[in-house]
Design a protein around this ligand. Structure first.
Ligand SMILES: *Cc1c(COP(=O)(O)O)cnc(C)c1O
Length: 356
């Protein structure tokens, strides 16, 4: 007999998020989960000293105050405007619980980060998907309607397309009584952050991750920035769930990363340069590439179906992401790697195009 008879009834109704594959073999060109191609700041390794390993017998600071101070300093905010969690996925989950369980539906784009509908399902949150335009642009005027909250990723995932700060400001001026959550996982690769709107609007929450632009996906560290009254709600949820979401090593690594701004800026600039190289090469090879402000591109091969090219790349040890979903099944999402990774991708694609 199936053990699902032992489950809470709600578990059978869950629709879990499926992350990109993390293959065990190492000699792959891995361009499928938008990780950084570069190592974290050398200061991170220094911060994780043997002395700190000894202290792992002790619980971490439940409030992660030193880390919040480093983040607040970086963004010129107060400590009580910062919330930290075990990856931005956890921060997002707490935000869904804290703000979006409302009488009116949560609004988000039809094509976006697929964890949003997953959290709605987990918490039973009513939601409405607003279609992106035919060219995949996000028109925030479409969100001027009654709602129990609004969430969008900027730049969007998996399109990489950016919406401007003026449009976000216009939305906030129109929408003052529900939380507008801007998921800025990729903002450091060319966008203008909505953090500048936090002191003006008490209902904007900006969520960031250290997984992409800070090359720390392995430590699981994300954060939210917003009015202290919003941070208070997140703290209430967090302290009802897990008192110590950020472990000692993650806190130290995070602080070290925020203290090395030169390294951070250089890493982002390198990703942007490699993205420009990649876009140029893909265009030459016959891809339609959407304008990207992220550390990945969303591109449609015109010489063969995307699903076929995905498989052919895989056979050549290059892993990208393919979504067999309405509207986007003709596209591949390709993470921006090192220059050598990008050259390996181009060589594999040339081989595919030649052999037909
Ligand atoms: C990668 C990503 C996240 C999750 O980041 P973690 O901090 O690694 O959990 C959140 N939102 C979007 C849009 C992402 O692409």
């Amino acid at each position: 007999m199936s053990q699902s008879r032992l489950w809470s009834p709600a578990v059978s109704r869950l629709e879990p998020y499926v992350p990109g594959e993390q293959p065990k073999v190492l000699n792959l060109v891995k361009l499928n989960t938008n990780e950084s191609a570069f190592a974290p700041s050398p200061r991170v390794a220094k911060a994780l000293s043997a002395d700190q390993i000894d202290r792992l017998r002790l619980y971490p600071d439940p409030n992660s105050t030193n880390l919040k101070m480093a983040i607040a300093r970086h963004f010129d905010l107060q400590v009580n405007q910062v919330f930290v969690g075990n990856g931005s996925d956890e921060v997002l989950a707490h935000a869904f619980y804290a703000f979006f369980q409302q009488a009116s539906p949560l609004l988000f784009p039809d094509i976006t980060y697929s964890f949003y509908p997953t959290y709605c399902n987990l918490y039973g949150i009513e939601h409405e998907r607003i279609p992106l335009a035919d060219d995949f642009s996000l028109n925030l005027a479409d969100y001027h309607k009654p709602n129990g909250g609004i969430i969008f990723a900027n730049p969007n995932a998996p399109t990489g397309m950016l919406v401007g700060l003026a449009d976000i400001r216009a939305l906030l001026e129109h929408n003052r009584d529900s939380v507008v959550l801007v998921d800025e996982a990729y903002i450091d690769f060319g966008g203008e952050s909505a953090v500048s709107l936090i002191n003006e609007f008490d209902n904007v929450l900006v969520v960031h991750t250290t997984s992409k632009s800070r090359a720390l996906a392995g430590i699981r560290l994300g954060y939210a920035l917003g009015h202290p009254g919003l941070i208070d709600a997140l703290d209430r949820v967090k302290n009802s769930f897990n008192s110590y979401p950020v472990d000692r090593l993650a806190e130290l690594a995070g602080i070290a990363s925020f203290e090395d701004d030169d390294y951070f800026q250089q890493g982002c600039a390198d990703v942007i340069a490699n993205r420009e190289f990649c876009v140029e090469q893909l265009t030459k090879l016959g891809f339609d590439v959407l304008p990207s402000a992220a550390n990945f591109v969303f591109a449609k091969p015109t010489f063969a179906p995307a699903a076929t090219v995905f498989e052919q790349l895989r056979e050549r040890a290059v892993l990208v992401r393919y979504f067999n979903k309405p509207r986007i099944s003709d596209y591949l999402r390709i993470s921006i790697g090192s220059r050598a990774d990008m050259k390996a991708l181009v060589a594999a694609l040339k081989d595919i195009v030649q052999k037909g």
